[in-house]
Design a protein. Structure first.
Length: 270
């Protein structure tokens, strides 16, 4: 893609404004985040599992979570992409907002130590374990149009339709469905702002643990990401395990890593 000089200047000016706002917004230096969790590490505590579900390739699943529970998404059967949306159990108008999640943490690179915000500035999830650090908070999940563009005119399930079905079964409407965040989708942007898929950045055995910070209703979809270059539609099953997470310590990394997270947890506590 060729970028004009005017466009390049526009991008550079926006970058300068972004850096200035970021510097002004960070009143104290953020804590350094740890590296990825080792694959095979972080075994679940004995007796902690509340429910385990296998989500077949192309399908979806929904569940309710209490604050303090966690959800492990585990690629036990091979590389896959798991899209997630969530609502506050007490009020369906409060939903996961990946745009605010990116803006409030000044990064689209999610990993261990980051949090996921609602559209009301409250923390819905903390990422307490993560083996890959390769998740998509920019593109969203698949649709019937993205499937046609990738695989041709075939009857294949997609994330948008999966979430419509899940929402309907929960008594929600299409307008209640927020944009999805997709785990194990290694999407990054290049110097020109174009999306790039990083091949080989996810492997069988990868997992992420999401601790619920409020009572939630969660929907998951196991469909290929729109940018996945694989020529065939063949998503393997994914394991979703709900478990009782260890209580957060006073210096819990997710709660203290950035001033934005601190404020988010203050909002959640209210």
């Amino acid at each position: 893609m060729t970028v004009s000089e005017d466009t390049r200047r526009f991008i550079e000016e926006n970058k300068r404004r972004y850096e200035a706002l970021k510097a002004a917004g960070q009143q104290h230096a953020p804590k350094a985040l740890p590296g990825p969790t080792p694959r095979g590490g972080a075994p679940l505590p004995e007796g902690a599992v509340i429910h385990a579900e296998t989500i077949p390739g192309g399908w979806y699943w929904s569940t309710q979570m209490k604050a303090g529970e966690a959800l492990r998404l585990h690629l036990a059967h091979g590389p896959a992409a798991v899209s997630l949306i969530a609502w506050a159990a007490a009020d369906r108008s409060e939903r996961l907002n990946y745009a605010d999640t990116v803006k409030m943490q000044w990064t689209s690179a999610l990993g261990k130590g980051r949090v996921l915000f609602s559209d009301m500035g409250r923390v819905m999830f903390s990422l307490i374990e993560d083996t890959s650090g390769m998740h998509d908070a920019l593109v969203g999940g698949s649709t019937s149009a993205s499937n046609r563009a990738r695989y041709g005119e075939k009857a294949l399930r997609n994330t948008r339709d999966n979430f419509i079905l899940a929402a309907g079964k929960l008594g929600y409407d299409k307008r209640d469905i927020p944009p999805a965040l997709t785990f194990f989708a290694p999407v990054r942007t290049d110097a020109d702002g174009a999306f790039r898929w990083i091949e080989g950045a996810r492997q069988q055995g990868d997992f992420v643990d999401l601790r619920a910070e409020m009572d939630l209703v969660v929907a998951l979809s196991n469909c290929p990401h729109p940018l996945d270059p694989a020529p065939e539609y063949a998503p393997p099953p994914v394991e979703a395990i709900r478990f009782a997470a260890p209580a957060a310590a006073a210096d819990d990394l997710c709660r203290t890593a950035t001033i934005e997270a601190v404020r988010g947890f203050e909002n959640t506590a209210r």
